[in-house]
Design a protein around this ligand. Structure first.
Ligand SMILES: [Zn+2]
Length: 196
């Protein structure tokens, strides 16, 4: 069984367990440019890139790793705002991988988080926002000239070109997960699995 799309998927193994598998070929121009997630000629049999994890945790870990991969494409920010459940792998990985300050909320309309961002940023908005399924809301929440990370391949709501251009916002998709995996220590990984 394979869940998810793209070259980075969760495959079931044995009873109730799964592994994350990278199907990027590693040899084409896209892979060599550091965008293995967009490999146009993925391997039929991919490389297993994770230990065995509970099957129920696999999708959460995959989403968290994709969000972290998108986040590593963003410039360093004083405040990063992540749309996600505070205890989720996405939020946990962002906190472990970034040196800067990471705020998290399931919704960008969360008043407490908005107040925290406003307390840290003169513009009242974070420079980097990791979007949930509503990418349009993230584009409206980031500061002018900021970066919005888009880990979801099929968002519910997309911003218009006008919204992006007028506010000079850059959208960032994940390009490769290998560097994320390489930066995770065993305790980081264990914590992410526990959070999933
Ligand atoms: Zn490739």
């Amino acid at each position: 069984m394979t869940s998810g799309t793209g070259t980075f998927v969760a495959d079931a193994v044995g009873a109730g367990e799964a592994v994350l598998v990278d199907h990027a070929c590693g040899r084409c121009a896209t892979c060599r440019s550091g965008a293995g997630l967009w490999c146009p000629s993925p391997l039929v049999v991919g490389r297993v890139v994770s230990p065995r994890v509970p099957a129920s945790a696999a999708d959460g870990l995959r989403c968290g790793l994709l969000a972290a991969a998108a986040l590593l494409e963003a410039p360093p920010a004083r405040t990063t705002l992540v749309v996600g459940e505070p205890g989720s792998p996405t939020v946990l990985l962002a906190r472990r991988l970034l040196d800067g300050f990471v705020l998290a909320a399931p919704s960008l309309t969360d008043d407490a988080v908005r107040a925290q961002v406003a307390g840290r940023e003169p513009s009242g908005r974070a420079a980097v926002v990791v979007a949930g399924p509503d990418v349009r809301a993230a584009v409206r929440a980031v500061r002018r000239g900021g970066h919005v990370c888009v880990p979801h391949a099929t968002p519910d709501a997309r911003p218009s070109v006008t919204e992006l251009v007028q506010r000079e916002v850059t959208l960032l998709a994940p390009r490769q997960v290998t560097p994320v995996l390489g930066r995770l220590s065993e305790p980081d990984w264990a914590a992410a699995v526990a959070a999933a």
